[in-house]
Design a binder for this molecule. Structure first.
Ligand code: NAD
Ligand code: UPG
Length: 471
């Protein structure tokens, strides 16, 4: 029996695998941590001598990688060898929504999980603990077990596997802090020895009381449920933001008033352009799929409405902008501030900015997009080329350009549209901006972060999400 973990391999060097393994390496200097990926370019970036070129931007990440890389943290594409060396293997590969076939548009595509399990079954040596780090549909551990055990049966060698579920709850932008100070660490499994070995890894920096153990299925399902609950709060407050606009109430006051009730709490009540990111939508869709699979149609419908409300919120915002700008934005310049799905990340996956910008482009607007961390190439991938073509192959007049500063984006603009809650958008120089914009100028603030009162004092018209009193 293994006494302690000496060597960890992590399959997948993405937003989860990279930061999670960096923190494990930092907190457990006696463990060798090998992070492997099939994506050579990504691995090259993790190994770049210029730490500002790491593939992921997270506050604090570069410092940790600087400390540990080459010591006990290694990034490579050598998958077989590192699997063979490992006592414990984390699977941190992507699990997006299936695009084709049964369950398309809802179920998780598990082909990367299956490929990882097959590689592990082939190359692992001796007793290996396999840890599900990716977010997975409940019961996936059974599939992984079947794949691993089939290979053992075929080769009848000394391979032995234990499977644990250890979902990750980090949020992007605060990943390092979330990993270093987690609210809880959840471990699901049947093999108590394997569970204890994983607990020992976390005990290097996490208090014992924060480590929760459950059976496999409860652990897998807790991850989907946590995301569904968080997203549900956002859709709930966003529905109230619309009602506030219609009634003259202020959604931020309402959020504070209800959030101070300890039973409700203040977190995740910030209204906005809808939730984005790679997880919430896909995990809820997966929950809907699983509920339907078990014939729980009312439960499935309930969770689906969280997504429907989120889509509606984005559409609602584009419509308001068109209406306020005299019913047409064709040829009008709009400065879009923020493209990432939230502040402090360069990630644009499922960013509300994508749908809102697409809608505005369809209306013929001329968008000048500024984001402190998102690159022009990324925006190009998300929006397509500057002239977009619709499904009937008709050319729209709408086009977009990348701006290197707020001022360049706002110069001559009819409107400024704040979509991401970046710190720098809280302290914009409204006197200066009011002079370079075209009158009548507008500020559309979907995050309630800018100093709208000051902007108003310089003659800018204001629409702030959920603020029925100000609008
Ligand atoms: N992004 C987040 O904030 C977050 C937080 C918690 C949980 N999760 C979950 O963690 C999982 C990973 O998410 P992510 O955002 O890190 O994804 P990601 O796309 O950033 O990274 C996944 C990586 O896995 C690699 N990969 C895929 N198949 C492979 C294989 N067979 N061998 C080696 N490498 C392989 C890909 O090349 C990619 O680099 C998902 O299930 C996600 O739902 C994500
Ligand atoms: O009050 C709020 C809080 C968040 N958001 C938006 O919701 C989205 C998601 O934000 P957040 O949850 O902070 O970021 P993620 O990185 O997507 O993290 C979520 O998804 C991860 C992947 O599963 C989980 O690990 C995390 O626990 C979970 O918070 C973003 O668009 C935010 O702008 C709001 O609109 N209002």
């Amino acid at each position: 029996m293994l006494e302690k973990i000496n060597n960890i391999c992590c399959i997948g060097a993405g937003y989860v695998g990279g930061p999670t393994m960096a923190v494990i390496a930092d907190k457990c200097p006696e463990i060798q941590v090998n992070v492997v990926d099939i994506n050579q370019a990504r691995i090259n970036n993790w190994n770049d001598s210029d730490f500002s070129n790491l593939p992921i931007y997270e506050p604090g990440l570069a410092e940790i990688v600087k400390n540990c890389r080459g010591r006990n943290l290694h990034f490579s594409t050598v998958i077989e060898e590192n699997i063979a060396l490992a006592d414990m293997i984390f699977i941190s590969v992507n699990t997006p929504v299936k695009k084709k076939g049964i369950g398309a548009g809802q179920a998780s595509d598990l082909k990367w999980i299956e490929a990882s399990a097959r590689q592990i079954s082939k190359y692992a040596v001796g007793k290996t603990i396999v840890v599900e780090k990716s977010t997975l549909p409940v019961k996936t551990a059974q599939t992984i077990k079947n794949i691993l055990e089939a290979h053992v049966l075929n080769t009848s060698n000394d391979k032995k596997f234990s499977i644990l579920s250890n979902p990750e709850f980090l949020a992007e932008g605060t990943a390092i802090n979330d990993l270093e100070n987690p609210d809880r660490v959840l471990i699901g499994g049947e093999d108590q020895d394997a569970i204890n070995l994983l607990i020992d890894v976390y005990l290097n920096w996490v208090d014992k009381e924060k480590i929760l153990t459950t059976d496999l299925w409860s652990s897998e399902l807790s991850k989907l449920t946590a995301n569904a609950f968080l997203a549900q709060r956002i859709s709930s407050i966003n529905s109230i933001s619309a009602l506030c606009e219609s009634t003259g109430a202020d959604v931020n006051d309402v959020a504070l008033a209800i959030g101070m009730d300890k039973r409700i709490g203040l977190e995740f009540l910030r209204p906005g352009p809808g939730f984005g990111g790679s997880c919430f939508k896909k995990d809820i869709l997966n929950l809907v799929y699983i509920c339907n699979h078990y014939g729980l149609y009312q439960a499935a419908k309930y969770w689906q409405t969280v997504i429907n409300l989120n889509d509606w919120q984005q559409k609602r915002i584009s419509k308001i902008i068109v209406e306020k700008l005299f019913g047409t934005i064709s040829g009008k310049k709009i400065a879009v501030l923020g493209f990432a799905f939230k502040a402090n990340t360069n990630d644009t996956r499922e960013s509300p900015a994508i749908n809102i910008c697409r809608d505005l482009l369809e209306e013929g607007s001329n968008l000048h997009i500024y984001d402190p961390r998102v690159s022009q190439d990324q925006i190009k991938m998300d929006l397509g080329h500057s002239q977009i073509i619709d499904s009937q192959n008709l050319l729209f007049e709408g086009k977009w350009e990348f701006s290197k500063s707020v001022e360049l984006a706002a110069n001559g603009a009819d409107a400024i549209l704040v979509l991401t809650d970046w710190e720098e958008f809280k302290t914009l120089d409204w006197e200066k901006l009011s002079k370079i914009m075209r009158s009548p100028s507008w500020l559309f603030d979907t995050r309630s972060i800018s100093n709208a009162i000051e902007a108003k004092s310089f003659g800018i018209n204001i629409w702030r999400l959920g603020d029925g009193a100000l609008n």
